[in-house]
Design a binder for this molecule. Structure first.
Ligand SMILES: *Cc1c(COP(=O)(O)O)cnc(C)c1O
Length: 366
């Protein structure tokens, strides 16, 4: 039952950092000089071109900025760079990551307002419509695609059509979905889309990226509220020469390049999406047979991470967590206030066979 994983003591069933392939980790094992084409052209620019191709069929309309730091740094860079002094942001939030965007807006002293929903409730198109009608000052709207807090996949299509009908700039935190769920930025009028190296592309943590409608990124010039997190400046330098303004996380970037190769070898985003859906289906069905109910109804659930309710009030998550980790599986505590939950992610170098083994382990512990 205990799966011996030779180079890792456990499989991460968390939504980033997540389990990566051995070949991705091996790609970390050399140094890179950042002053010539070996790195700037053959790796950085190559990654940028491939990311744009993943984001839209209309490759000429979009560009991408890579940015040092975790995903939140790039969300903050986007909010701080995209919203002009006389602009106003509407943050749609139904979880911790939406709330974090509002927190960033507050710290950056942006003019903003928030549409706050229950964590287990999808944002409602008619409420969004009303808010946009009532406050004509709103220029930008931000949304989290997969709210990793609960695992909810927010209704992108319905919400984006309202955002675009009102002519607003649309910022999407697709951190935990990009690369794992098929999507074309042009179909939803997404102007800025943020994701990071350590989620569905299956690289290691250390940088994030912002895919942007070129026309909108060009308007960010001069909006800057931070030197390091200036999206426009970072883009200008990188677009010209493949150079990062400040020290580039070379090893992580090279590992990401390997992860992009592996995404292609798997069959691209549609194939990865299929694997994640299958992982999630096996997980939920098996957990349900063991007496664990999913928090969200099926129609709101993403194929990325699932929240499960404690099976009974006296359920000891810490003991459960420890026992599962000892047997090779790292689960994830819950993050919501309304119910006792824990989470299991199914993204990363994780396959249906791993889900089946996990279920055996859960069954044996429980
Ligand atoms: C992981 C994640 C982030 C970024 O979190 P970091 O800890 O800064 O990498 C942002 N939004 C969502 C939805 C996420 O899943």
């Amino acid at each position: 039952m205990y799966e011996f994983i030779p180079d890792n003591p456990y499989l991460l069933l968390t939504p980033g950092p997540l389990s990566t392939s051995k070949s991705v980790r091996n790609a970390l094992l050399r140094d890179w000089c950042t002053w010539d084409a070996d790195y700037n052209e053959d790796i950085v620019q190559n990654i940028r071109r491939r990311l744009i191709a993943l984001a839209s069929k209309k490759v000429d309309d979009y560009t991408v900025v890579l940015m040092q730091g975790s995903g939140s740094f790039s969300v903050e860079a986007t909010l701080g760079s995209a919203i002009p002094k006389n602009g106003k942001l509407l943050v749609i939030s139904n979880g911790a990551y939406g709330d974090r965007m509002a927190q960033m807006a507050r710290v950056l002293k942006l003019n903003y307002t928030i549409y706050s929903c229950q964590e287990t409730e999808a944002p409602k198109p008619d409420v969004l419509e009303r808010l946009l009608n009532e406050d004509q000052g709103i220029t930008h709207v931000s949304l989290v695609h997969c709210e990793t807090t609960t695992g909810m996949l927010n209704p992108l299509s319905e919400l984006s059509s309202i955002i675009k009908a009102h002519g607003k700039i649309f910022i999407l935190d697709a951190m935990s979905s990009f690369g794992g769920i098929p999507l074309d930025m042009a179909d939803y009028g997404i102007d800025f889309l943020i994701s990071s190296s350590n989620k569905c592309i299956q690289g290691v943590p250390g940088f994030a990226f912002v895919l942007a409608k070129k026309e909108e990124l060009l308007k960010c010039r001069g909006n800057v509220r931070s030197l390091c997190l200036d999206l426009y400046d970072q883009w200008k330098e990188m677009d010209k020469s493949g150079k990062w303004r400040y020290t580039s996380p070379t090893h992580i970037v090279r590992a990401f390049y390997q992860a992009m190769d592996e995404l292609e070898a798997e069959g691209g985003i549609p194939a990865r999406y299929k694997r994640y859906c299958e992982n999630q289906r096996i997980l939920v069905q098996g957990m349900s047979e063991l007496g664990f109910k999913a928090l969200l109804p099926k129609e709101l659930q993403s194929p990325i991470i699932t929240s499960f309710l404690y099976p009974k009030a006296e359920f000891n998550f810490n003991a459960f967590y420890k026992a599962a980790k000892q047997r090779g599986y790292v689960l994830y505590p819950g993050k919501i206030s309304q119910a006792d939950t824990f989470r299991i992610g199914n993204i990363g170098e994780v396959y249906p066979v791993d889900m089946r083994r996990l279920l055996e382990v859960v069954g044996a512990i429980f």
